[in-house]
Design a protein around this ligand. Structure first.
Ligand code: KMH
Ligand code: ZN
Length: 275
């Protein structure tokens, strides 16, 4: 790691669309629960939260009113950067996925390709991707490019060429979803070497791959995403009692390696958030 590595931005992916209370009792559902978990993650060292919406029974939703409640409550209780998911759940239409985007979160995700997702397909055709990119551009929201497989980098560069994205790009490599790109250090290294000079990147390793890939990022100038959306275990057989415990682990590992933890103010210019 070079000594001039940027402070590390830790994003907490606190809810997602797949993990249910049957999997772990610690996943938050309601806007109040999501905001309280966000507060704990901020206290632990996160600079940003990645959020999905849930109905009270846990059903995923991208409903605008739910996202408004989530955004308002997180902003009342914290200074965190808030990143909305535009991925939603695999069965949602693009219209549903961007229902809340006019609320102008600090960032929003943009997955630039289609990928198998367990037994499902996470469908993102080029017209769908362009629709989402256009709406992010319209509201001046900085995208985080979600890369589940290599070709998604090429698609993002195509959108850059079309003027739908503005460089430098910020990528998040999501590795280890069954059906998508595997969570090896070799794959991550390949992806990091495949993005344009000047881009920023983070990694979200799924399941037991979360911490090893986070450590690679800490040692190689990247940023890190952790949380119950991606991994519910603190260590083998032990559930994390919230995403905040996973953030705490990354902070410990960062400190061992001399990486400074970015707060939300420091994270803004690194991520190119100007609004
Ligand atoms: N739930 C996945 C199908 C995102 O948040 O942008 C998609 C996802 C990506 O989680
Ligand atoms: Zn997500």
């Amino acid at each position: 790691m070079s000594n001039d590595a940027q402070p590390v931005i830790i994003t907490a992916a606190i809810v997602g669309a797949e993990i249910m209370r049957e999997d772990t009792p610690y996943v938050p559902y309601t806007p109040d629960e999501i905001a309280q978990e966000a507060r704990r993650c901020r206290d632990a060292g996160a600079a940003m939260v990645h959020v999905h919406g849930r109905q009270d029974d846990g059903t995923p939703t991208q409903d605008r009113a739910t996202f408004k409640a989530i955004l308002d409550k997180i902003r009342e209780q914290t200074d965190l950067l808030v990143q909305f998911s535009t991925g939603g759940a695999v069965w949602m239409s693009v219209e549903e996925r961007i229902d809340a985007i006019d609320l102008k979160p600090d960032m929003a995700t943009l997955t630039t390709g289609t990928v198998n997702f367990g037994d499902d397909v996470f469908l993102n055709s080029m017209p769908m991707i362009r629709d989402i990119a256009r709406s992010l551009k319209k509201y001046g929201i900085r995208p985080e490019i979600e890369v589940f497989d290599t070709g998604m980098i090429d698609n993002a560069l195509r959108l850059l060429g079309e003027g739908l994205l503005e460089g430098p790009l910020h990528f998040d490599f999501v590795l280890g979803v069954p059906g998508a790109m595997g969570a090896s250090v070799r794959n991550l290294e390949f992806l990091v070497n495949s993005i344009p000079e000047g881009s920023t990147w983070s990694v979200a390793g799924i399941g037991r791959h979360e911490l090893p890939l986070a450590i690679y990022a800490l040692e190689n100038g990247g940023h890190v995403r952790v949380g119950l959306e991606d991994n519910i275990y603190l260590k083998r057989g032990v559930l994390a009692e919230g995403s905040f415990q996973l953030v705490e682990l990354v902070v410990e590992e960062a400190q061992k390696r001399g990486r400074i933890i970015a707060d939300p103010i420091a994270a803004r210019p690194i991520l190119g958030i100007t609004s």
